[in-house]
Design a protein around this ligand. Structure first.
Ligand code: TNX
Length: 530
């Protein structure tokens, strides 16, 4: 064939494929059969309660429809997420079907005992996803997402033609072990703004986690606008660890993040740490300091040196102003008051302070949460104790009526993985991946009253991290380990099985741009776009 003949042939090929002539140098349209997705049902993470593989698969192609009761806004939202995912993953636009039709993906809510539970059935002729409540439907979508090609994680993949794919046939019945599956982000030591926090919320909710505790104030910075106390941010937000510029959330930004989280079934838990960790507040309002003088801004990483004046009414007026404004912009039922690492108050002063603050939080209609030091003080039945010190007084902790477990030697994502890890701290020891995974919360406080353990939380403190890259490096993959500890039943807990399902996340996490630590214990699946 001469040169002209070749160009005519190429042009003809292009014409059949997309209806208009393409320049000869353009990539020819794909004619090869589309790749079958390599997703495996045993890779879903966190591990579901019941997984029954069946024969066959469901093909998603141009004839597939989506049948959802879109009059229900929660169902409509998940239907949109699914359509959007399928469009990105394959270029296929799912049409809506009025009623459950053949070849349809059906979404529904059927109020059940646990609104976070769901059941997913994939059969050759249909897919059915039923949530026990709106959250369950959302979590069912997170599972279905993992059974579809990872291309859906990219924002603007462009397919020359739709690429049908298959979902393996399976029945999954799933319910979380614990109601509290949390993460904490310290936005005080280094400031992380609204976009960073939203990104973290996206990643948490993919792991079926449902609480994000924001550590909003510490010695190094005050990060939330308080309208009645403007100096808190004008003065107290100026810097961060190391002396770089800080930052803060306006109340509008905070409300926007709260709404963003709520749409992903994540409750924001705001924390204002006190009576210690308050240098930034005291630099702005010296009346809460016993000697009345404003300390200079602090940009180091020591703890425990600052404390609000426990005997002064100005302190409680200040706390009431702050708690009142934060309670008003936090629809969630919780308000965390810190209470940790107070080195400069006597036990009696500490007790007076926590007791008063507990009353203030209660008066603003919120349930108080405090780090485990607060259990030295008589607590209201609604107050939640957050365990963090591995060697705390366990007998005392066991008396707490409600608790969240964040043992630092398991759940602190800011601990180094090994001696070579550059980021992070190691005061609680090294926390390699297996250590973050291989524990049972119910064995931490064996004498806890039935139902007292609400669940687990993975804090990340930001002394050594200043951006999302470094945050993700410390958080991933250990955050997935804590998510699995919180979601998956103890009977399903199995390090070898977890290792495999974690390794299988590599293509998806890469598509999402997560800067995860390639933990050497894991055989990370090659990243090839499928
Ligand atoms: C202890 S955990 C702290 C924080 C530090 C963290 C660093 C807790 C309640 N207090 O002030 O940032 O260690 O890992």
């Amino acid at each position: 064939m001469n040169k002209t003949g070749l160009s005519i042939a190429v042009a003809a090929l292009a014409l059949t494929a997309c209806g208009k002539t393409r320049p000869p140098h353009a990539t020819p349209p794909q004619t090869a059969p589309p790749p079958t997705s390599r997703v495996r049902i045993e890779d879903v993470l966190p591990r579901p309660s019941v997984v029954e593989p069946h024969d066959g698969q469901f093909a998603v192609d141009a004839t597939t429809t989506i049948a959802a009761d879109t009059a229900n806004p929660d169902v409509a939202r998940v239907a949109e997420l699914l359509k959007e995912y399928v469009r990105r993953a394959s270029g296929i636009r799912l049409e809506s079907a009025a009623a459950p039709a053949a070849r349809a993906i059906t979404l529904a809510i059927s109020a059940g005992a646990n609104p976070e539970a769901y059941e997913l059935t994939v059969a050759p002729d249909r897919v059915s996803l039923v949530g026990g409540g709106p959250a369950g439907l959302f979590y069912g979508f997170q599972t279905l997402r993992q059974l579809m090609p990872v291309g859906g994680e990219y924002e603007a993949l462009l397919f020359q033609q739709p690429r049908p794919f298959t979902i393996p046939a399976v029945r999954i019945v799933d319910v979380p072990r614990f109601e509290w599956r949390g993460a904490m982000l310290d936005v005080a030591r280094h400031f992380f703004g609204p976009d960073d926090v939203k990104r973290y919320i996206d990643l948490l909710s993919m792991l079926k986690m449902n609480r994000l505790h924001l550590h909003l104030a510490d010695d190094q910075g005050w990060r939330i606008e308080i309208k009645s106390r403007p100096a808190l941010t004008a003065v107290g937000a100026a810097t961060e660890v190391g002396g770089t510029p800080g930052g803060f959330f306006t109340q509008t930004q905070f409300a926007d993040v709260v709404a963003y989280a709520a749409a992903r079934f994540v409750t924001i838990v705001p924390e204002i740490d006190m009576p210690s960790h308050t240098n930034a507040a005291q630099s702005a309002y010296p009346e809460v300091t016993c000697n009345g003088t404003a300390p200079p801004p602090y940009t180091g990483t020591e703890v425990g040196f600052s404390a609000l004046c426990a005997e002064s009414e100005a302190t409680y007026k200040f706390v009431d102003d702050v708690v009142g404004e934060i309670a008003a912009i936090s629809p969630g039922p919780y308000l965390h008051i810190g209470g940790d690492e107070t080195k400069t108050l006597t036990p009696a002063q500490y007790g007076t302070f926590i007791t008063r603050v507990q009353q203030i939080v209660d008066a603003h209609g919120k349930q108080m949460i405090g780090w485990d030091e607060v259990d030295a003080v008589p607590l209201l039945p609604t107050t939640i104790v957050q365990h963090w010190r591995p060697r705390t007084d366990m007998d005392r902790l066991a008396r707490a009526r409600r608790m969240i477990l964040s043992p630092a030697n398991r759940a602190y994502l800011d601990m180094k993985y090994d001696e070579e890890t550059l980021l992070g701290l190691k005061w609680a020891g090294l926390v390699p991946l297996k250590q973050a995974y291989d524990w049972d919360p119910m064995n931490i406080v064996p004498d806890a009253a039935p139902g007292a353990v609400l669940g687990v939380e993975a804090p990340i403190w930001s002394e050594t991290i200043a951006n999302v890259r470094d945050l993700e490096f410390l958080a991933f993959p250990r955050l997935a380990a804590i998510a699995d500890v919180g979601w998956t039943s103890d009977k399903q807990h199995d390090w070898e099985a977890f290792r495999k399902r974690l390794g299988a996340q590599a293509p998806r996490w890469t598509a999402l741009g997560i800067n995860y630590y390639r933990a050497p214990e894991i055989d990370w699946r090659p990243v090839d776009g499928r």
